[in-house]
Design a binder for this molecule. Structure first.
Ligand SMILES: O=c1[nH]cnc2c1ncn2[C@@H]1O[C@H](COP(=O)(O)OP(=O)(O)O)[C@@H](O)[C@H]1O
Length: 248
């Protein structure tokens, strides 16, 4: 099909976040989408948000002295009611019931939706305007959900405040908060590889890895290695590779 220039979303912030590498052996294929005409045709839209911060001074989380390089970055994920990990966010009903005609309006609704979800789930960030990263959809599903991903960099103080805010949140969809271990310990498996063997909602693991790469938090080599070790760990457990067969 021929693409017209107008149907393509031309947005420099999207190009800036293009992932240089897609995880191999990705059993669920999620296809990147930057075509607004296609987005408009999709009946369901969900938006999720990665909150992260960069501390000036490196720190060793969990008082583990064996961490080869102390962490400087914190990435927040949540443990959902179903036991899987994901980012704050959810379905954005506003775009489903009233699809705007332009991409900027559409983005603005998604931003409002994801901030509203964040506030509901974590009691934080009501008026936040997070940056758009990219959109994609899962293939091979009858009911199509377009997944839109946003990021917002917080100050270290805001990041600290979040855990307090979430304690008083009344949401029953979130059962815990977690920082992502952004290191691999000397045995080559504890840390990020082990974290990646958890179950993740939607394409959260891909969103996480893309963000780590595009923000230069870890090198491509480190991310690839962690992903490969996680995959081997799951196979060794005889548990298949469920963590990579994302939950919808
Ligand atoms: O962190 C995430 N990243 C990507 N997709 C996710 C994440 N969490 C949930 N999803 C997917 O987004 C859609 C909406 O799920 P979610 O549980 O967030 O919505 P809800 O809270 O509005 O019910 C589902 O298709 C789910 O698989």
């Amino acid at each position: 099909m021929e693409e017209t220039q107008s149907s393509k979303v031309v947005d420099s912030s999207v190009a800036a976040h293009k992932c240089p590498w897609t995880p191999p052996n990705h059993p669920n294929s999620f296809v990147d989408c930057d075509d607004f005409e296609m987005m408009k045709k999709c009946p369901y839209h969900a938006a999720h948000l990665m909150l992260w911060s960069r501390d000036e001074k490196p720190f060793s989380p969990y008082r583990l002295e064996e961490i080869p390089l102390p962490m400087q970055t914190k990435i927040l994920m949540q443990v959902r009611f179903d036991g899987s990990f994901g980012f704050p966010g959810g379905f954005v009903d506003e775009v489903e019931s009233n699809m705007p005609s332009t991409f900027p309006e559409f983005l603005s609704l998604l931003q409002q939706g994801v901030s509203r979800e964040l506030f509901e789930e974590m009691n934080f960030g009501k008026d936040m305007r997070p940056s758009y990263v990219y959109s994609c959809y899962p293939t091979g599903k009858e009911e199509q959900v377009m997944l839109h991903f946003f990021m917002c960099q917080l100050s270290p103080a805001q990041m600290k405040a979040i855990s307090w805010c979430s304690i008083i949140s009344t949401s029953d969809e979130v059962v815990g908060l977690s920082l992502v271990p952004l290191f691999t310990l000397n045995d080559g498996r504890r840390g990020l590889p082990t974290f990646l063997t958890n179950s993740f909602a939607g394409n959260a693991v891909e969103q996480l890895l893309k963000s780590i790469l595009t923000e230069g938090i870890l090198s491509e080599e480190e991310v690839k290695k962690a992903y490969q070790v996680a995959f081997q760990l799951l196979q060794k457990r005889g548990a298949g590779t469920q963590a990579f067969e994302f939950i919808r």
